[in-house]
Design a protein around this ligand. Structure first.
Ligand code: SAH
Length: 225
C-alpha cells in the first residue's frame, strides 16, 4: 500500500512517519508513506499557495493550481483508489472506514489549512472527504496522521500479535475488555482472579462479558448497531 500526504507543513508529519509502528511498517515494506510539500508545486515566485476568498469573507483559501499540479503529478505516475480531503464537514472517520481503507492500494490524503481549499478542488478532484470529529483543527495534518495510523496498524504484519488488531475496541461493535500486566498486586490493587486461572474458556467468557458490560455502560449507542 502507498499513502501520499499533501501538506503545507511536511515537518509536522516527519516524526509521525519515522517513529514506532508506522516506521516499522514502512521498513518492512508493508506501506510506503510519502509526504509532499505543497509549496513545491506552486507557480508563485514567493511560494504562496493561498489567496483571499472571493466575496470578501475573512481568512485565506488554498488555491487550485498547486493542489491540482501535485495531484496530477501523482496520478500520472500510478492509479489512486481514493483522493481524500480532510475536512470537518466530511464523513466521520471510524473503525469500519479504517478497515475499508486498509484494503486499498494507493491513496492520497490532502491536508487543508487556513479556511480550507478552493471548493472546485473538492468538486473535481477529491473522491472522499473525511472528518476525524466534530471540532475544528488548524490544519488537516493531525487528521491525516490519525487516518494513516489507524490504517497502518491494520496491515498484516504491522503489529506483532496478529490477533491483537482484531480484538481492539470497535472491531465487533464492542469496547475491549480491561487489560492488566504484572505485578498481580500493586499497592493492594488486584488483577481479577480469573485472568490467573489458566482456564481459557473462563477467560474468554470473562472477556466477552466485560466487553459487553463496558459497552452497555459507556457506549450504549454501539450496541444498537
Ligand atoms: N473553514 C473550514 C475549517 C477550516 S480548518 C470549515 O468551517 O469547515 C482548516 C483545515 O483543517 C481544513 O481544511 C481541514 O483540512 C482541517 N481540519 C480541521 N478540522 C478537521 C477535522 N475535524 N477533521 C479533518 N480535518 C480537519
Amino acid at each position: 500500500m502507498r499513502i501520499d500526504i499533501i501538506t503545507v507543513l511536511p515537518e509536522m508529519l516527519d516524526n509521525f512517519i519515522n517513529l514506532s509502528i508506522v516506521a516499522r511498517a514502512r521498513k518492512k515494506g508493508l506501506v510506503e508513506i510519502v509526504v509532499h510539500d505543497l509549496r513545491d508545486y506552486t507557480e508563485d515566485k514567493h511560494r504562496r499557495v493561498d489567496d483571499y476568498p472571493y466575496g470578501g469573507f475573512a481568512g485565506m483559501v488554498m488555491q487550485c493550481q498547486p493542489i491540482d499540479a501535485c495531484i496530477s503529478a501523482l496520478t500520472a505516475e500510478r492509479h489512486y483508489d481514493e483522493i481524500i480531503f480532510t475536512s470537518p464537514d466530511g464523513q466521520k472517520f471510524d473503525q469500519p472506514m479504517a478497515n475499508e481503507l486498509s484494503l486499498k492500494g494507493n491513496i492520497i490524503i490532502l491536508c487543508g489549512h487556513y479556511k480550507g481549499v478552493d471548493y472546485r478542488i473538492r468538486e473535481h478532484l477529491v473522491t472522499r472527504e473525511i472528518s476525524i470529529g466534530d471540532y475544528v483543527l488548524t490544519g488537516g495534518e493531525l487528521a491525516a496522521a490519525a487516518i494513516t495510523d489507524a490504517i497502518v496498524r491494520l496491515l498484516p504484519g504491522a503489529i506483532g500479535d496478529a490477533e491483537s488488531a482484531l480484538s481492539d475496541s470497535f472491531q465487533d461493535h464492542l469496547l475491549s475488555a480491561p487489560v492488566y500486566t504484572r505485578p498481580r498486586d500493586y499497592k493492594g490493587w488486584l488483577v481479577p482472579d480469573v485472568l490467573l486461572s489458566g482456564n481459557d474458556r473462563l477467560i474468554a467468557e470473562w472477556e466477552q462479558q466485560q466487553a459487553f458490560e463496558r459497552t452497555q455502560r459507556l457506549r450504549p449507542d454501539l450496541l444498537e448497531k
